[in-house]
Design a protein around this ligand. Structure first.
Ligand code: NDP
Length: 283
């Protein structure tokens, strides 16, 4: 039996705290504002954007949603980013990924003012994170670090295995864990004997996008298991990359899906928007 890491409850607490801090910031004449750019009609992206807008409004932020046709050109899209860069009432700019294939998303992310890059995907923010001086941290790994803190999960000296090396989850996660003195292995689709490697982990973070792939053969008894995956199974139910039923009896801590990492990702995005607004006072 493992202890459930309740990301939804922690996220709620963080958002309540942000609500109060936002009231204080408003007294100083600043209302945090998040601009969201969505291109095309991908249903999942639309749901994510709606959730982010709802969170922002609940906390007391202003939002601006730019829903653009998928035929938009690179130049037109860049001009929207530029507009928000120059608008001092906008503190956070979020470009919902993935972009349509004719758009060069790297160039779009590079165009965002790093101070307004609340997703933390700009190369400047990634570089700062790598160098140990982060300004904006990608929300998913950031949220996972908050969960470790909340549940007093010791990282120093622990073996951490991360499965999945994406720029938005696995790579920044490896940097954050290394900074906390964990010994990190970053695994991926070409890793040999993955289950054997994973079962050496005190901390196992799974971000692959394959429904319920990780079962009990990947788990060292007593490991902390963080499931980032969000997949639909054959019945249309939201499931993680970890088989919860098989892993939960042997782990020490585990995140559920839904209600684990997902809500924390959203909460961290809100926290970064708040911080971007607060930092804008300093200029
Ligand atoms: P990507 O597709 O960008 O990356 C997937 C990674 O997993 C790659 O590094 C890939 O390896 C690796 N991988 C794929 N299949 C296997 C396999 N069979 N064995 C080992 N490694 C494998 O995904 P993301 O990082 O964007 O997302 C991962 C999952 O997390 C998805 O389900 C996504 O929906 C979810 N997600 C959830 C979030 C949340 O807030 N809860 C936020 C972001 C993502 P290689 O590099 O070799 O191709």
């Amino acid at each position: 039996m493992s202890e459930l890491i309740k990301g939804n409850l922690l996220a709620k607490k963080i958002k309540e705290e942000l609500k109060i801090k936002t009231i204080e910031l408003k007294k100083q004449g600043i209302t945090p504002k998040l601009a969201v750019i969505l291109v095309g009609n991908d249903p999942a992206s639309q749901i994510y954007v709606n959730h982010k807008e709802k969170d922002a409004k609940e906390i007391g932020f202003l939002t601006e949603n730019q829903h653009l046709d998928e035929t938009i050109t690179q130049e037109e899209l860049l001009s929207f980013v530029q507009k928000y860069n120059e608008d001092s009432s906008v503190h956070g700019i979020l470009v919902q990924l993935p972009m349509p294939s004719h758009i060069n998303s790297d160039e779009i992310l590079l165009a965002i003012d790093p101070k307004k890059d609340v997703d933390g995907f700009h190369p400047m923010n990634m570089g700062r994170l790598l160098l140990g001086n982060p300004q904006m941290i990608p929300s998913t790994p950031h949220g996972i670090m908050k969960m470790f803190e909340e549940y007093d999960i010791e990282l120093e000296g622990k073996n951490a295995v991360i499965i999945g090396r994406s720029n938005i989850v696995g790579k920044p996660m490896s940097v954050l864990l290394t900074a906390k003195n964990a010994t990190v292995t970053l695994a991926h689709s070409k890793t040999k004997d993955l289950a054997k490697l994973a079962s050496t982990a005190d901390i196992l973070i799974v971000a692959i996008g394959v429904a319920q792939m990780v079962d009990e053969t990947y788990i060292k008894p007593g490991a902390v298991v963080i499931d980032v995956g969000m997949n639909r199974n054959a019945a249309g139910k939201l499931v993680g990359d970890v088989s919860f039923e098989k892993v939960e009896p042997i782990a020490s801590f585990i995140t559920p899906v839904p209600g684990g990492v997902g809500p924390m990702t959203r909460a961290m995005l809100m926290e970064q928007t708040y911080l971007a607004a607060k930092n804008s006072i300093k200029g």
